[in-house]
Design a protein around this ligand. Structure first.
Ligand SMILES: [Zn+2]
Length: 131
């Protein structure tokens, strides 16, 4: 439950931050004409808050990585909560939904999963060609 909530929070966090900063920019732009000191405070506050925003995002993804590794050790997929987990040489793979995870708990992106699948099929194609 916590892992599922954390996963969705981590997926939404960059967009929340982006729209928060865009809102601050629009507000600062409006303040330029009406209250210039407010625009200055907003810009300085936004720049100074960036370190905390990045730190909070890293902390969230770190906690998600810990919980993901714990779920993978229990042979439970963090993405679909079912399926046996197969441990490959480079990553964990859920046999139920096909999701792949690095050993640090991060889920492989769609491009990385595609590259892994094409590597595997390329290897088998080479084996077929040799035979
Ligand atoms: Zn799965």
């Amino acid at each position: 439950m916590i892992l599922r909530l954390l996963r969705s929070l981590n997926r939404a966090y960059p967009f929340v931050v982006l729209f928060g900063y865009m809102g601050a920019f629009v507000l600062a732009f409006i303040c330029i004409f009406s209250f210039p000191l407010g625009a200055l405070v907003l810009i300085i506050g936004s720049v100074l808050s960036l370190a905390f925003v990045v730190f909070f995002g890293e902390a969230l993804s770190g906690i998600e990585g810990i919980l993901t590794r714990r779920a993978l050790k229990k042979n439970r997929c963090p993405a679909c909560r079912t399926g046996p987990i197969q441990k490959n040489a480079a990553h964990f793979q859920c046999l139920g939904c096909g999701a792949r995870f690095h050993f640090d708990g991060a889920q492989l992106s769609a491009d990385e999963q595609e590259a892994c699948a094409s590597d595997a099929s390329g290897t088998s194609a080479k084996l077929i060609a040799v035979e």
